[in-house]
Design a protein around this ligand. Structure first.
Ligand code: ZN
Length: 274
């Protein structure tokens, strides 16, 4: 049983971070709706901060919520890789918000290369370069491996083991790793990989894998609606010593069409089964 105080909303679950989706609640209303239901924390996306990260962070804390993180860096690898300045700006947003964690989605395969070796080397290098700025800002960089179907243009790491080898190659001691049900539910080595990662496990993202997934990005399930063994994934993180926030992150056109209050109520109802 997960304590309600560990529960955090990743605001992607309400859809408003993508144009044309969600009910369009202002960030203050989202904060109050979470606090009123006993959520412990909240994780924002950069787009919704609209240049007022500090004020949003203060507003969330005043309502009684932790700010557990910020999504996410621009890409570090591939043809769409961001400049060093743009990466540092993402760190600065997290620091202004008061978010302890900034999620890193790596970006895709490096131009002119095939396979993953060159891209992962570039990734480790860029993480090492960003780490000093992040450390000075009090922000922990946390790598999120993505489901292998996002290989090519979005990520070059697919498993906790992949993320751990990049962490080690980067030489950044506090570089963390996020475990997202959608991305790792299929991995039979998950418990062993989490145990090897130990204190690097720095996030647990809940959703579900629908048996007949219809859209690789926008058809995640609400916990309990799919076929992922969520308690086993949680146990893998806890076996590694993780006791931090449990963040619900459901990218789903179906849930984005629902009333946000109903979505939040459903999250609270489903938590005991996680
Ligand atoms: Zn995630």
């Amino acid at each position: 049983m997960i304590a309600r105080t560990r529960l955090a909303l990743n605001t992607a679950t309400l859809g408003h971070n993508l144009p044309g989706h969600g009910a369009g609640w202002p960030v203050e209303r989202v904060i109050d709706a979470c606090a009123g239901r006993g959520f412990g924390g909240i994780v924002f996306w950069r787009g919704e901060l609209a240049g007022r990260a500090r004020a949003v962070g203060e507003r969330a804390r005043a309502a009684g919520l932790r700010v557990d993180g910020l999504c996410r860096t621009p890409y570090l690898t591939g043809p769409d890789a961001a400049s060093d300045d743009d990466l540092r700006a993402a760190v600065d947003d997290a620091a202004a918000l008061g978010a302890p964690v900034l999620t890193v989605v790596t970006g895709g395969t490096e131009t002119g290369t095939v396979g993953l070796q060159a891209s992962r080397a570039r990734l480790a290098d860029r993480l090492a370069g960003l780490a000093e700025h992040a450390g000075g800002a009090g922000v922990r960089l946390v790598l999120e491996p993505l489901n292998p179907m996002f290989g090519g243009n979005r990520t070059v790491i697919f498993t906790i083991a992949d993320a751990l080898s990049v962490c080690e190659a980067s030489g950044v001691p506090d570089l963390g790793i996020a475990v997202d049900v959608y991305h790792v539910w299929w991995d039979g080595t998950l418990a062993a990989s989490c145990a090897a990662a130990g204190g690097r496990i720095a996030g647990l993202h809940l959703c579900d894998w629908m048996r007949d997934t219809s859209d690789m990005l926008l058809d995640r399930g609400m916990m309990g609606d799919g076929v992922a063994d969520i308690p086993a994934i949680r146990a893998a993180t806890e076996g590694a010593g993780y006791t931090g926030p449990v963040e619900v992150e459901v990218f789903s056109r179906r849930w984005w069409a629902a009333d946000p209050g109903h979505v939040l109520d459903t999250i609270v109802e489903r938590l005991p089964g996680c």
